[in-house]
Design a protein around this ligand. Structure first.
Ligand SMILES: Nc1ncnc2c1ncn2[C@@H]1O[C@H](COP(=O)(O)OP(=O)(O)OP(=O)(O)O)[C@@H](O)[C@H]1O
Ligand SMILES: [Mg+2]
Length: 297
């Protein structure tokens, strides 16, 4: 069963993002539901990709568990049987695609790590030779691996605006120098471990975005982590600097939109059944490649 949008009436909806529906459970608790919505070129499509939300949610859980000796995370429960009573009747919508999480005070920056130069990092480098104040060697090619991964924070833009890359000192102004150094270290450690793991499975993690929050003065790993929505995953096979690289999950879908001449403005076209099914298969394949297991759907 695909879940395009949830409608849980017992709790207030605090936000409906492009992909996630978030409910306020109590003073200390959120319910984060990863739906099957798919966006491309920043536009949400009118049809779901069945099970995509499960794939994303389970990938986050996989990584958060792998990183738990580096940083505690916000997860309270992942099995609907352990959720508050009023949620249990939504089990078929929520199971495997939601988490009950401790509510944190999110830091006001996105903690981005780049191992390869692409996307907005590549644009900034072309203009200034720098990314977020990191001076880079001359003559880098698009998508080239960086000598060392870089911490390149950005602001969290208001709805509808794009996040903006900022220098480390601008990040320090927002969260304090000491906290900035802590999250820099942590983000680099998490990225490095994930990168090395994924590399063994033939996947390059080009860059990724983490979020951290504070609960009772403790730094906590929140939000989604190292998913195809928050990262760029490239197949190692065929990797070649000097051009942009295909993403290994959404590329097929984006190529279809380009082929039909989608102008990147809403309303987006309906997704034909065969395209939806192929896209779904790509997400399931990504899950299997990363974790080594079939997702139970
Ligand atoms: N444990 C937590 N405590 C408080 N806030 C959290 C927690 N985990 C995640 N969040 C917040 O939830 C929000 C998720 O909403 P977001 O708008 O990113 O949804 P989304 O569907 O991922 O949309 P988008 O594709 O635009 O990123 C983020 O702003 C994040 O800071
Ligand atoms: Mg998000």
């Amino acid at each position: 069963m695909a879940v395009f949008e949830t409608d849980i009436t017992e709790y207030p909806l605090v936000s409906r993002g492009k992909v996630r529906d978030i409910y306020d459970i109590d003073e200390n608790t959120l319910l984060l539901v990863t739906t099957d919505r798919i966006s491309a070129f920043d536009v949400v499509m009118p049809d779901p990709i069945a099970d995509k939300g499960k794939v994303l949610n389970q990938i986050t859980l996989f990584w958060m568990d792998m990183m738990k000796d580096l940083v505690p995370n916000h997860i309270i429960a992942t099995d609907v049987d352990d959720y508050p009573d009023p949620l249990r009747k939504y089990k078929n919508q929520l199971q495997d695609r939601s988490v009950l999480a401790r509510k944190a005070k999110p830091l006001p920056i996105e903690c981005i790590v780049r191992g390869f130069i692409t996307g907005s990092g590549w644009s900034d480098y072309l203009k200034t030779g720098e990314v977020c104040g990191h001076k880079l060697p001359e003559g880098l090619k698009e998508s080239e691996m960086l000598e060392k991964p870089l911490f390149t924070p950005s602001t969290k833009a208001e709805l509808g605006l794009h996040d903006e890359n900022i220098t480390l000192s601008a990040a320090a102004d927002l969260i304090g120098e000491e906290m900035m150094r802590r999250v820099e270290d942590l983000a680099l450690s998490i990225y490095t471990r994930a990168r090395d793991y994924a590399k063994k499975r033939g996947i390059l993690i080009a860059d990724t975005k983490f979020e951290f929050g504070i609960i009772d003065d403790e730094l906590i790993f929140i939000d989604e982590a190292l998913t195809p929505d928050s990262s760029r995953f490239w197949p190692e096979e065929g990797f070649e600097p000097g051009k942009s690289q295909p993403s290994f999950d959404k590329q097929y879908f984006r190529d279809w939109l380009i082929e039909i001449g989608f102008n990147k403005q809403p309303p987006a076209p309906h997704i034909p059944a065969d395209i939806a099914e192929r896209t779904r298969a790509k997400y399931l394949e990504a899950y299997k490649l990363l974790t080594g297991d079939d997702l139970k759907v």
